[in-house]
Design a protein around this ligand. Structure first.
Ligand code: ADP
Ligand code: MG
Length: 707
């Protein structure tokens, strides 16, 4: 077995609990760990004496522990661990909150590293909650005294644990041969793969970290495009159902709509229909801003596939969206006599359009109907492609699958997308494939990144949409804004409130993070329901809730029973509730521009004037500039461009994902130069390096994954 495929549970100190936590952040193998790149680094590389530390206030010290002991704080009911440490230059008091185990782990007389920032606010000079690490001779520190990597994680998995596991993984893959031909490395001045993996996690300095990023970005973009080229060649040969265009029925559908299709919608549907008529496999991406009306464009395709006697499978990223699209599509296709099914983790339904009946059935029965071809359209979440947990549960098999649609495709992982292509089918044709995304990647870049797909773009928004009025709300303007919201709700409108967090965790894993407190759903719920809007019906929703609970909450909101819904970004995609015209985003500076734009797209779908309020107490000019872009930009495409301009190359210590290219682990679509370079490199390599081509072919077939 490939070293990279080794399970994390084979590593030291990974038991069941840790591996299930790792799984939550998508890590099951050594490869996943190594590709869990830090999203920023804390610069503790300067090792100072205590005296220097007292003036510089920030860095790492190497000290001897004189005293360490726990004490209960009566007032706040927590454990305080106090220590006195010293070196040749002086001594210092250290304090940790609620980490009583430290008094056991650290012993008087020991040499330790401490990294953090000195707080001189209260009782003289004190070092509060520093990271610590015991010095062992001959061993470089991992958590202090260096550029310390900070990873995204869950609340139960500490930064220290991840670093420890990553460092084990790095050892587990030695020796490592580099698959990239040395000529290419030379031409593009790239460092060795093994150095890159080492330096991305534990960089010696900023320079080596940048070199590592460059190499790994190159890898990612090079492999992506290489594979896309090979896939494209293969796909052109795959036989797929030949779908004859049904003119009359299609016209009937279009005439039944309460609006006129936009030119872009017509063009996109036409491109899809042309593909379906070819008899070879369609693989198309439909890109269109939020609210641009992608649904109807694909329903036209779905109608044609169904009328040709083939089945359709439609996958959405969440149960809420699947349910919404189940209702939408049933409504749009109500004139034709077919059966549509819904399958989420909490619900299985069948809608018999000829009998106008909606009924719950068991999953097994639903699968039976799909297998026998009695059901034409199945709409669901990833439950569709995941095998059931029960032993006896049936595997989903289609009688005659003709088209797979994946909505908001960027929300699905690579594995899930791979599973999709394995959906079993009794006809021996490959189903057509259509994916939808609201990610506004400029066309030229989309064509490169998704070079295995054909692309349709809906740019134009439906006419008569009122522009959403967007405002930045600073703390002074809050009161006035709440008054306005109250008035709008009295008129019958509804509001969303989006928060960056579910709850504020006391023991933040990222110590010493900015003082700016992030807003949490729980806190906002308390504040809004009790203090600000006590007369209104306020509710909240977040991703950790059970599917059923979430559906109920959404149902109450859709039906208008709830006035104001507080949520995390679970609301981000696709929700279509025309009566909701107010969007409040708390801690707006924590979101990327793309995400803010998507969130704003949840309102402005009905005939009412809609508003988006960006709450922020961060007054830095940069935040202001970023948020103002949202006030001016005409659409997601323009915003994407703006985002690209605003993020300069200077931001190396905090490498936040922009949110536009979630499927890329390290490269970003804004790396335009590198995208062009890798494109050229792939073109050259396909002919020039047959061994590499074979390796990548093998990778595609067996998913051995090159790094
Ligand atoms: P998205 O592209 O975000 O998936 P939807 O397909 O959900 O957008 O469409 C958003 C809303 O716009 C829906 O309520 C839909 O009925 C409406 N809509 C779609 N096309 C048009 C159009 N051409 N004119 C007016 N409204 C439209
Ligand atoms: Mg949609």
């Amino acid at each position: 077995m490939n070293k990279f495929q080794k399970s994390v549970s084979a590593l030291n100190r990974v038991g069941e609990k840790t591996s299930s936590q790792l799984k939550k952040i998508g890590i099951t193998t050594v490869r996943d760990l190594l590709q869990h790149y830090p999203f920023r680094y804390e610069d503790y590389s300067q090792i100072l004496s205590i005296e220097e530390f007292k003036t510089k206030k920030r860095g790492t010290i190497k000290v001897k522990v004189n005293l360490i002991a726990n004490r209960r704080s009566n007032r706040k009911k927590m454990t305080l661990t106090e220590a006195i440490v010293s070196d040749n230059s002086g001594s210092l008091q250290v304090l940790w909150f609620n980490q009583g185990f430290l008094a056991k782990n650290i012993k008087p007389g020991q040499q330790i590293y401490l990294a953090g920032t000195i707080d001189d606010s209260n009782h003289g000079l004190q070092l509060i909650n520093p990271s610590y690490e015991i010095c062992y001779s001959g061993q470089a520190p991992l958590h202090t005294g260096r550029l310390v990597p900070i990873y995204s994680t869950t609340s139960r998995l500490t930064q220290k644990q991840i670093r420890f596991l990553v460092s084990q993984s790095l050892k587990a893959i030695w020796p490592l041969s580099d698959w990239l031909p040395s000529e290419i490395k030379k031409e593009y001045q790239l460092i060795e793969l093994k150095t890159a993996l080492q330096q991305i996690h534990f960089p010696q300095n900023l320079k080596t970290m940048k070199q590592a990023r460059q190499r790994l970005k190159f890898n990612e973009l090079f492999l992506l495009q290489f594979k896309n080229q090979l896939l494209r060649q293969r796909m052109k040969k795959e036989k797929a159902p030949l779908i004859k265009f049904q003119l009359t029925e299609t016209q009937k559908l279009i005439q039944s709509l309460p609006f006129k299709l936009t030119d872009d919608q017509k063009k996109a549907s036409w491109e899809i229909i042309k593909d379906l008529e070819k008899g070879t496999k369609m693989n198309r991406l439909l890109e269109g801003d939020v609210g641009s009306g992608k649904t109807i464009a694909i329903v036209i395709a779905i109608l044609n596939v169904v009328l040709n006697g083939y089945q359709v499978s439609y996958m959405a990223p969440t149960g809420i969206l699947a349910q919404q699209q189940f209702q939408n599509i049933s409504q749009l296709l109500k004139k034709i006599k077919i059966k549509i099914g819904l399958l989420t983790s909490s619900k299985t339904l069948i809608n018999d359009l000829s009998a106008k009946k909606n009924k719950e059935i068991t999953k097994n029965k639903l699968y039976n109907q799909i297998e026998k071809g009695e059901l034409q359209i199945i709409i669901g979440t990833h439950s569709l492609i995941e095998p059931g947990k029960k032993k006896k549960s049936k595997k989903l098999t289609f009688q005659n699958l003709g088209l797979i649609v994946v909505d908001e495709q960027h929300r699905f992982g690579v594995k899930q997308r791979q599973n999709l292509s394995k959906l079993s089918n009794q006809n021996n044709l490959s189903p057509h494939f259509l994916s939808l995304t609201a990610t506004p990647i400029p066309r030229s870049i989309a064509l490169t990144l998704y070079s295995n797909l054909d692309l349709s773009v809906i740019k134009e928004m439906p006419a008569k949409r009122k522009k959403i009025i967007t405002e930045i709300v600073t703390p002074e303007k809050e009161k006035e804004t709440y008054q306005f919201i109250k008035k709008e709700i009295k008129k019958g409108r509804q509001a969303f409130v989006i928060c960056p967090l579910i709850e504020k965790s006391l023991k933040s894993t990222i110590l010493l993070e900015s003082k700016n407190e992030s807003k949490s759903v729980n806190e906002e719920y308390k504040k809004l329901s009790q203090k600000i809007f006590p007369q209104l019906k306020v509710d909240f929703i977040h991703g950790k809730m059970k599917e059923k609970e979430k559906e109920e909450i959404m149902q109450n909101f859709t039906s208008g029973q709830t006035n104001l819904l507080i949520a995390t970004t679970v609301l981000e995609v696709g929700i279509d509730i025309p009566n909701a015209s107010l969007m409040l985003i708390k801690g707006a500076e924590h979101f990327g521009l793309a995400q803010l734009h998507q969130l704003r797209g949840r309102v402005g779908r009905g005939s009412h004037q809609s508003y988006c309020f960006l709450f922020t107490d961060n007054e830095s000019p940069k935040t202001k500039k970023r948020l103002s872009a949202l006030l001016k930009a005409k659409d997601g495409f323009e915003l994407a461009q703006k985002d690209l301009e605003l993020r300069g190359p200077g931001e190396i210590l905090s490498i936040k994902q922009s949110g536009f290219s979630n499927f890329l682990k390290i490269a970003e679509w804004s790396d335009t130069k590198l995208i062009q370079e890798t494109k050229a490199a792939v073109k050259k390599s396909i002919k020039k390096y047959p061994r590499l081509t074979n390796l990548i072919k093998k990778d595609l077939q067996e998913s051995v994954h090159l790094e």
